[in-house]
Ligand binder design. Structure first.
Ligand code: GLN
Length: 487
């Protein structure tokens, strides 16, 4: 097997059909590499070796029979552990779900199984996807492959670290406020938050249902397009799904078509608090794109300053109601949760008390508070109104421009332990990603690749492209042109 390093979905497919390696060889090589390198990274929570081997043998058989294989056949993938794969663990990073096995496949998994993708294992995350560093996992830390002293970002830190350290060719994550894009930015890979309603949420352990979306994590923008096309589209199990898929426009935009897109740069996203290195990297990206004769325009999104506050009202409200189902009676490894307690309330106290971490409890309490009668109007309802203003800002901006370019996070990856005890400083790392979730827009995080180094320590920095609803083609097209230019 050729080195796994830099293997993309595209180069994997080419190698497989040219018989440079078999799907089985590839899968085995990935497990070997994972067993060696994951001791120091901690990307995976559980491995799916036996099944993966079996499935890759089937891919080889199909190839030997001369069947036409799609671009994802045999591709070794990592799946965030809040996405269900039938009969495999699904902990969502919570001790409360330790030992639970999923009873059905998520909508995206059904689609990927048809494509014959290979699932190597389930990856680490902040408990129930709540966090920005993967330090809130109930199980273990994940380290940034670029610097083991630093966090990979979160909550999809495991999926992102797996791709960044060649422990998977591609991965799936979920993004409620930035959980795909922020870690992708921290680890130097591509992460796509899809338009709300474009990808089925069936079988995604819900965090905040009006914000959650599943999306691809890959090494290139082109790969993100291929994976997104495969997972997008109708699913009767998700009533918020738009019901239509995407076509070749995701990979076919040429330079002239990209030149017809106008890019907006919002002042509010370049305000105080942005690390100097991030500012410099973003300016270089803008200059590089301008050199392709792409047009830029300054725009304003005036309600951006309320986005974080709005998010931290609406999100915990939805969390508190979604997490009510985890009563430690259903979905539990505990055989007899009634043992040693005399009533239902005590079961909740004991087992939810033990099973949930501090951040999960904090958000349940916050959410219950903002939904309680007497506070509902003042907090929850008001937040919903301001959410509409934030969405209106985008609608107006998209009257003038087609794509919006911003940084992904105000800083580069921070040190492990640096922010865990200060929730507010942790929350601030999502200040630039949250607005796209509130407005339901597609947004992608792409590593800045300047010709000259843009920072002393070379920690990755991402830039974000936000598109119009269901116009993933624009941000993916622009991203692919940028990628070609940097090659
Ligand atoms: N970091 C954000 C939070 O903790 C976003 C999480 C996410 O997107 N799942 O809420």
């Amino acid at each position: 097997m050729s080195p796994l390093k830099n293997l993309t979905i595209k180069s994997f497919h080419e190698g497989l059909v040219a018989k440079k390696f078999s799907a089985l060889e590839a899968t085995q090589a990935f497990f070997e590499h994972i067993k060696e390198s994951d001791k120091s990274i901690g990307a995976y929570l559980s491995l799916n070796e036996e099944n993966a081997i079996k499935e890759s043998e089937k891919v080889d058989l199909a190839l030997a029979k001369g069947e036409d294989l799609g671009p994802l056949a045999g591709v070794p993938m990592a799946i965030k552990d809040n996405i269900l794969i039938k009969n495999l663990p699904a902990t969502a990073g919570s001790r409360s779900l330790e030992g639970y096995l999923a009873s059905y496949d998520a909508g995206v998994i059904t689609k990927l199984k048809k494509e014959r993708a290979i699932f190597l294992g389930k990856t680490n995350l902040d408990e129930f996807a709540m966090g920005s560093s993967t330090e809130n996992s109930g199980f273990h830390l994940t380290r940034n492959p670029h610097d083991p002293e630093r966090v990979p970002g979160g909550s999809s830190g495991g999926s992102v670290a797996a791709v960044a350290s060649d422990q998977a060719v591609a991965a799936l994550g979920s993004d409620t406020g930035g959980s795909i894009r922020q870690p992708a930015g921290f680890c130097g890979v591509v992460g796509l938050k899809t338009t709300y309603g474009s990808v089925s949420r069936s079988g995604l352990i819900a965090m905040a249902s009006s914000l959650d979306q599943i999306g691809p994590i890959t090494k290139t923008v082109e790969d993100a397009a291929v994976l997104f096309k495969a997972i997008a589209g109708g699913d009767q199990m998700d009533s918020t799904n738009a019901g239509f898929g995407y076509g070749d426009e995701l990979t076919s935009l040429n330079l002239n078509e990209v030149r017809s897109l106008k890019i907006g740069v919002p002042d509010e996203y370049f305000a105080d608090g942005l690390e100097e290195g991030v500012k410099v990297a973003l300016q270089k990206t803008i200059d590089d794109l301008k050199s392709l004769r792409i047009t830029f325009k300054k725009i304003s999104l005036p309600h951006t300053k309320y986005a974080l506050s709005v998010y931290y009202v609406i999100m915990p409200a939805e969390v508190s109601s979604n997490l009510a189902r985890f009563d430690c009676i259903r979905y539990s490894r505990i055989k007899n949760s009634a043992e040693g307690v005399s009533n239902v309330k005590d079961i909740y106290f004991k087992h939810r008390g033990d099973g949930f971490g501090a951040e999960t409890k904090r958000r349940i309490i916050l959410g219950t508070f903002v939904l309680s009668s007497g506070y509902y109007d003042a907090y929850y309802e008001k937040a919903q109104r301001v959410r509409s203003l934030i969405k209106n800002d985008f609608d107006e901006a998209f009257g003038e421009v087609d794509v919006i370019l911003t940084p992904v996070s105000p800083t580069r990856a921070f040190k492990i332990g640096e922010r865990v005890s200060d929730p507010l400083s942790m929350y601030l790392s999502d200040i630039l990603t949250i607005p796209a979730n509130l407005a339901g827009l597609p947004a992608i995080s792409i590593p800045v690749r300047t010709r000259e180094p843009y920072s002393r320590d070379n920690l990755p920095i991402g830039f974000q492209l936000i598109g119009k609803h269901f116009r993933e083609a624009d941000i993916l097209g622009l991203g692919q042109i940028y990628e070609k230019m940097c090659r």
